[in-house]
Structure formats: C-alpha cells, structure tokens
Design a protein around this ligand. Structure first.
Ligand code: UDP
Ligand code: ZN
Length: 345
C-alpha cells in the first residue's frame, strides 16, 4: 500500500507509491541509465570566452591569474539578456483593481557562467571549481538581499528535460520584489516551530535525521546531504548546514568549501547511478531582511527530473514518488565516491 507523508519542513504532502514505478511506459523519456552525451562546441555560444560582448556588462567575475583583460575570466556573472525581472532604482509599484493585484517586474535575473569550457559540467571539475560557483552565489546573495521584501534564489537547470535552453555550463540567480508564497510558508513553519520549542526546526530536523540515519546520504563537519522524508521525486536530495544560518550569503569559507565538495559528490553519484539525467537545484534562503533569524537554515534542494507531474499532481499538489527515499538514499550512499584529497582528480 502507498503512504502519504507530510514533509516536516515544507508541509507538502507526497504519496510514496512504489507500485507506480512498476507501471508500463510507452512514451520515450528518462528512465534507466543513459550514456553521457556532451554538447558539441558552438562558435555562436554567447557564454564562450572571446564572446564577452555578446552579454551585457558583467556584474561579478573571478579573474584568471594572468590579468584583468575582458577575456581573462574563469567565471562571470552577467545580467540575463531575456530576464524574468529587471532592475530599477526604485521599489516595485503595486497595482490593485478590485480583486486583482499586480506588481511591477522589478528585481534582477543574472546568469552565472560557470566555466570557460563549453562542455564542462559540475562533476567534471575539482572541488575548487564548484566552490567558485558557490562563491558567485554567496557574493550575489550578499549584494542582492538588501531589497525588501523579496528573496534571492540561485538555481541551476541541467538537461533539456529540466528546462535548459543553452548547453554552456551556467546557473541563474533571480531576485524578486515579493516573497513567493512557498517561501512565506516555509518561513512561517520554521517561525511557528521556534515559537513552540525555542529551537531551530532545521537544526532539530538535521539532528533527528542524522540520529535516524536511514535517509542520510553523506555528512561532513559543516553540512549534510539527506533524502527528504517526504521526497517529491526519486533521489531528491537536500544539502544543508548543521547550524542555523539563514542566508547562504553568510556562509563561511569552510562551510562553502564543504558544500561544494558535497554537491560535487552527490551530482557525481547521481550521474554514476543514473547517467546524465536532467535535474534542477535551487538554493533556498530566508526572505531578505531575515538573515539574522535563529529559526531558519539555507538549503540546496536537488530534484532529478525523472517523471512529469500529471493530472493528480496538478489537481492536488501531492507529488507521487515511486521510490521510497530510504531506498534512494541507500543507493546514493553506495554510489558516492571517496572524498577527493589533495593532488587527486
Ligand atoms: N541567455 C542570455 N543571453 C543569451 C542567451 C540566453 O542571458 O545570449 C539566457 C536565457 O534567457 C536563459 C539562460 O540564458 O534564461 C539559459 O538558462 P537555462 O538554459 O538554464 O534555462 P532557461 O532559463 O532558458 O529555462
Ligand atoms: Zn559556450
């Protein structure tokens, strides 16, 4: 029999339904290991080195040691040329008309060009290359979180099945002029728990999951990787700090480096286990202005795209997950490669 589980952090409901995974599939699509296919190099790629004028002026960069010329970068952050939200030097105006409310699309939408190499991917580099990407997230979270209300969301789409439109390795960072309902709910749940218990829900949750152990994927001194109790998709994984730290903008260098290493290990394990599957991840921060709170912790949510939501999910918002997260976590644990030491690839 399937089981309905409520996620302790999000209060989202999920149906853990192994029988669903056994139904026949007649449509082509993901499922089962696939060979990793690298995109061919593309001379028209707007994110490749030498095409710096194809993007708006960059807002942040990590230079190469060789100098400050426009092409001497190892990572760049640029405004998205087709943005969802655009900067303005004033707050977003709200318009109401009867029951209708709209807010101007003020905010920002940036692209993190993660590497000079067109065919690179996060598991291909070393921990330092992934740490560079997280350094860009941290710097932009710090720079963009002053606007209130709002949130800053770094995220990554990987593979056409996860919404990627360009193969050059990149992530995106969006800053919104409103607090999305999902964030408001997450934060309300965390604040309610703090009011009831005087402790951080995230710290208690991580400690309880570590004590239980069944859904733990990997641990380090600063951060852990867990399968959520109510995972919405097979192999969904959370990476989160062991202490309460509401914004990734405040992560220490040590915490950032451990997060980079853990993220690379989890993405590599997913690729070793399932092939080059599409996935999304999102780095959830507390709403802007709540950085100092004792009741929340930032977390990175990695969601493989192995099934399309259908009518039941549309109608109920209850995700149907055919793989119990305890089994997914055990598979990922088994696929994790050892921690790379100095001098190792
Ligand atoms: N883009 C850009 N400059 C370009 C071409 C594309 O900024 O010359 C942006 C594009 O708007 C898109 C992003 O690059 O948001 C690529 O993002 P991704 O592949 O992750 O998925 P998408 O945002 O298209 O769903
Ligand atoms: Zn490229």
């Amino acid at each position: 029999m399937s089981e309905l589980r409520r996620d302790p952090l999000t209060h989202d409901w999920v149906a853990i339904a192994p029988a669903r995974g056994r139904r026949p599939h007649r449509m082509p699509g993901p499922g089962g290991p696939s060979p990793r296919r690298r995109p061919p190099a593309d001379p028209a790629c707007p994110f490749c080195p030498g095409r710096e004028d194809a993007t708006p002026p960059e807002v942040w960069r990590l230079p190469t040691p060789s100098g400050t010329a426009p092409s001497n970068w190892r990572l760049r952050v640029v405004p998205n040329r087709y943005p969802v939200l655009t900067p303005a030097d004033r707050p977003a105006r709200h318009h109401t008309a009867g029951l209708r409310l709209s807010v101007e699309g003020v905010g920002s939408h940036e692209v993190v060009i993660e590497s000079r190499a067109h065919d690179w991917d996060l598991p291909d580099g070393d921990d330092a290359a992934v740490a560079d990407v997280l350094r860009a997230y941290r710097a932009r979270c710090r720079a963009l979180r002053d606007r209130r209300p709002g949130i800053v969301l770094p995220f990554r789409n990987h593979g056409a099945g996860a919404g990627t439109s360009l193969p050059h390795p990149h992530s995106q960072i969006v800053a919104t002029p409103i607090v999305p309902a999902r964030f408001r709910r997450l934060f309300d749940i965390a604040r309610g728990y703090y009011d009831d218990h005087g402790r951080c829900l995230y710290v208690d949750h991580t400690a309880a999951e570590l004590a239980d152990g069944e859904r733990v994927v990997a641990t380090t001194d600063h951060v852990v990787a867990l399968a959520p109790y109510a995972a919405r998709t097979p192999y969904e994984t959370l990476i989160l700090p062991r202490h309460h730290e509401a914004s990734f903008g405040d992560a220490s260098d040590a915490c950032l480096d451990r997060t980079a290493s853990l993220l690379r290990r989890v993405l590599t394990a997913l690729r070793d286990l399932l092939g080059d599957i599409p996935y999304n991840y999102a780095l959830i921060n507390a709403p802007n202005g709540e950085e100092g709170t004792a009741c929340f912790a930032w977390h990175l949510r990695i969601a493989p795209r192995l099934a399309e939501p259908a009518g039941f999910e549309l109608g109920t918002d209850i995700a149907v997950n055919p793989l119990p997260p305890e089994e997914g976590a055990a598979e990922l644990r088994g696929a994790l490669r050892p921690v790379a030491g100095p001098g190792r690839p």
